[in-house]
Design a protein around this ligand. Structure first.
Ligand code: PMV
Length: 332
């Protein structure tokens, strides 16, 4: 279908891992949820004849012509794969602008969100509906660039836009909490590439396989109980499971003094539980809070050095207005 003279936009959320990071790389289950308070957006506009496809990702300072970009440019890889799925043979003349307010290298899935917004905007531009599984599979290819051999949890939760139960290599199970979950997310301001922490756990596993496998099994047990607690609206238990997961992440050496200072501050200010989220050694922590404690916990986190604090709510199904948020087309 020929592109019309319209602007197409699509958004994709950030994400947090509630339980199970790192163990998920070794086949254990994990739970992740979208964070719609920070998003990536892709806007596609027709470009002058013969200009081809140009992509500019303002926040990460990248601008390139798709025809000239190599396979070391993850956004180009994603755009080409999407166009292949769409059956687009000849590159049209388009300008694609990407924006994101998701902190980079902070474990909030900024790379996956940019790629997801790009893929969804391309499908919308060419008038095709796309299933989250297809978006996720395409975005996985760019995640490989950022992370090496990722479990696939980031691209999956961002593509689904709702909480998921995830086991590597299996179909994700989207699910809903029985009651809203309020989480305070605090950025340590310490960038920590996931590739490095995943590599550190790999080296530990090579040295101490039996101990690491036992930790992964314990984390798997926490994930099972956390899903039940979320589906039953049992926040107190979920908070305790966050704390238990944090202790096991410390044993895997992916925590840090800075993260633990924030976690401790959140707990002292009344959080039900707190843990690092994502690769660790930097990036973000999450604290489960009752709504009445949002301000106290946020203030304590800022005082303890958090660079940015985001409050998010994971809503039950009846409120789940955000999942599969449609792309929009309109005159631009
Ligand atoms: O992208 P991050 O930092 O949220 O980490 C993803 C979670 C890990 O389990 C650490 C890695 C993976 O591939 O699942």
């Amino acid at each position: 279908m020929a592109p019309e003279k319209q602007m197409t936009t699509a958004t994709a959320p950030g994400k947090i891992i509630l339980v199970g990071e790192h163990a998920v790389v070794y086949g254990r289950p994990a739970i992740a949820a979208p964070v719609w308070q920070c998003v990536a957006t892709a806007a596609i506009a027709p470009a002058p004849p013969a200009s081809g496809v140009t992509i500019s990702a303002v926040d990460i300072d990248r601008r390139f012509a798709l025809a000239e970009a190599g396979d070391d440019e993850p956004l180009a890889v994603v755009a080409r794969l999407a166009m292949k799925h769409l059956g687009v043979q000849n590159l049209p003349d388009l300008h694609i602008e990407l924006h994101s307010d998701i902190p980079i290298a902070g474990g909030l899935g900024s790379g996956a969100a940019l790629s997801t917004a790009l893929v969804r905007a391309l499908f919308a531009h060419f008038g095709q509906v796309v299933e989250p599984e297809v978006v996720s599979a395409i975005v996985y290819e760019s995640e490989r660039f950022y992370h090496g051999a990722p479990s696939g949890i980031d691209n999956t939760v961002v593509a689904f836009g709702q909480p998921i139960w995830f086991i590597k290599g299996k179909a994700a199970e989207p699910f809903w909490p029985a009651a809203p979950l309020t989480l305070v997310i605090a950025d340590s301001g310490v960038p920590s590439p996931t590739k490095e922490t995943v590599g550190a756990v790999r080296r530990l596993w090579e040295r101490e396989t039996a101990r690491c496998e036992a930790i992964f099994d314990e984390i798997a047990g926490l994930a099972q109980r956390a899903r039940l607690a979320i589906e039953q609206g049992d926040q107190r238990t979920l908070g305790q499971l966050f704390d238990a997961n944090q202790a096991l992440l410390e044993a895997l050496t992916v925590s840090s003094e800075t993260l633990e200072r924030l976690i401790d501050a959140a707990r002292r200010a009344g959080a039900l539980g707190a843990k690092l989220s994502g690769g660790g050694r930097g990036g973000n922590i999450i604290a489960l809070v009752e709504p009445a404690r949002i301000d106290a916990v946020s203030a304590a986190l800022r005082t303890s050095g958090a660079r940015r604090v985001i409050v998010t709510r994971i809503e039950p199904r009846s409120f789940g207005a955000h999942s599969h948020r449609p792309a929009t087309r309109g005159s631009g």
